[in-house]
Design a protein around this ligand. Sequence first.
Ligand SMILES: Nc1ncnc2c1ncn2[C@@H]1O[C@H](COP(=O)(O)OP(=O)(O)OP(=O)(O)O)[C@@H](O)[C@H]1O
Ligand SMILES: [Mg+2]
Length: 330
Amino acid sequence: MNQELMVRLFRAIDGDVSDDIVKIAHKIIDDEQQKGHAKLADKLKSILNANIAGHLNFRKELKTILPQGINIPTDKRNNVPLASTVERDHLRHEMVLPKDVETKIARIEKEFVARERLSHFGLKPRQKVLFYGAPGCGKSMSAERIAWNIGLPFLKVRFEAIISSYLGESASNLKKLFESIKNYPCVLLLDEFDFIAKSRSSVNEVGEMHRIVNILLNLLEDYEAPGILVATTNLEGAIDQALFRRFDDIIEIPKPGNEEIKRLLKKTLSAVEVSSDVNWDQLANEMIGLSAALVVKTGKDAAKTAVIKGERVVDRHHITQALNENIQHK
Ligand SMILES: Nc1ncnc2c1ncn2[C@@H]1O[C@H](COP(=O)(O)OP(=O)(O)OP(=O)(O)O)[C@@H](O)[C@H]1O
Ligand SMILES: [Mg+2]
């Protein structure tokens, strides 16, 4: 690779010492050193070290966000909690995304971490975000990853508990929940929230649903809590325009392209040995159009087949077989 390109590539590296990308970068530096390119190797090393230091600072700032406790409100009649939590250790966060999408999500995290600095200039971080896109490509996971990266508690709204058959109670449930997080920094996920949002235009739904969507609109509008609110939906078109306007950022999470499919497969298979007969490019071409979830599942299925058969190496037959089975359920 040309030296100039290599330097530019290194400048783009953003990660921790334990990240794969940083490990690979160290290998490249060693390689260059061995080839006798000492000057280039030194330059790459100093760029890499500066980037790692920057990343560590970012993490340190994150650690200063200290969440206090919260009592999740419950539905009055059935006493069921209106939101559920996911423990930090269980938050899904290792995502593979196209660079531009990754940058947009990282911007939300960085703005949140820098919120005090921003406020000195009368600026506010993005706090209300909508993720949309095809099923199984990481909308819900993106919300969890934001909580994981920022170190905030994660709360997921339980619409099934919010919606009550009693007049007025759904609306008061929603209000209660938003009230409870008013001073509680957390990521609040309104997952598949088109469930509520769609109903506004539906002529069959009367009274209560109509009212609850209006309440939700107001709650979104007035949201001033110290955390981040994330909503997800599969369908861009079905969402009420009035709702769209209330988000600070609307981000499409697309299906994985060739590059992402290869990275997803390699990541999924990283714990097992993979045969050199696997042609990643060809596989990625065959898998184009699949959701990230199906790509991950295909990789896992292939690994499981090999392990159960007592075979040490995952080869292209294992992957092709898994792929054929999964494509049927596409
Ligand atoms: N971008 C991604 N990177 C890594 N893994 C992913 C990604 N997208 C999806 N996955 C895998 O697919 C699973 C499902 O992802 P997720 O629940 O976030 O999808 P979704 O977009 O919310 O789908 P739905 O519309 O069905 O709710 C994840 O648990 C993960 O294993
Ligand atoms: Mg989801």
